[in-house]
Write a protein that binds this ligand. Sequence first.
Ligand SMILES: [Ca+2]
Ligand SMILES: [Ca+2]
Ligand SMILES: [Ca+2]
Ligand SMILES: [Ca+2]
Length: 355
Amino acid sequence: MLRRFSLPLALVAAALAATAAPPGALASDHLDAPNLSGVGALDINDLYAFQSPTNANNSVLIMTVNPFVGSLSGSTFDTSTTYEFQIDNTGDAVADLTYAATFAAPVAGVQTGTVTLNGSAYAAGATGATIATSGGGQLTFGVFDDPFFFDLAGFNNGLAFTGDDAFAGANVSAIVLEVPSSELGGPNIGVWARTTDGTNQIDRVGRPAINTVLIPSARKQEFNEAAPAGDFAAFGSDVNSAIAGLSNQPNADALTPILLPDVLTFDTSSSAGFLNGRQLADDVIDAELTLLTGSASPIGDGVDANDVAFRSAFPYLAPANPVPEPAAAALLVCAIAGGWGLRKRRRSLHYGARD
Ligand SMILES: [Ca+2]
Ligand SMILES: [Ca+2]
Ligand SMILES: [Ca+2]
Ligand SMILES: [Ca+2]
């Protein structure tokens, strides 16, 4: 049982500001490191893994990229990037299965995507289509409503939450893959998503907000480029210090080995949500704020659900919102981007020597 203490919210806000999060940048994993500014197609926003609500024998894997399609990001997948779901089914945080998606250049706004499983052909088709996979599941990719919800403005205002969803109206690009759970080799698996350019890993995400909240700004890019198996050795003391700053040392000691390695643990035989995998509707920000602050009572941002209804069947995500986005969302984008001094970068710089 975790020992919990209640802290004044203002103290929590001050501690968050002091320990890890850059000004204005706390989201799930949107814009989590400086190297991801201006390259939304490489920036994983969120990862979901849950038992299919329409077939208990299937698991659904979803990754989102392209934060704020239309204002901060384009609407297509990058043609030189591989988008991967990594699956560990032996408990060592080393992948045993890799579903890897790559994309051709868009033609009239449509891209052909190809998915392999451990290097073998698995599925291929156009964005917007529902594609049957060789495993007997289904796949789609394209632009959807961003399923993440959070009162970011309230967070930035010293946790003076007003329940205003900063991501309302925002769209992302998503890859949705439903597979027979037997294919994953579980039932107990670990899942993470990563983007690579073939040589370098650009971004990776397991549980939401680990990099944004618990890793110091100076090491966020290093964290994105690292493999989960080394997380505890490489980042354990950073994460422990961050949690201790948000709550207390016993809470930090208890949570650090749960949150590292940064892998989304998922029992495919269970229909439960976060911390068992992550379902679209899970209020992960409330869950993590409560855990990390060691609060005796739940801390909430007042945003308890997505702004639009999720679909009850594949692809589960809500359809894309009308564009252009609301002006408030565009202003918020500027606020987030300002935290990193957003500037347009040439890809050659992005992939070149980094300081
Ligand atoms: Ca990211
Ligand atoms: Ca393994
Ligand atoms: Ca949404
Ligand atoms: Ca919430």
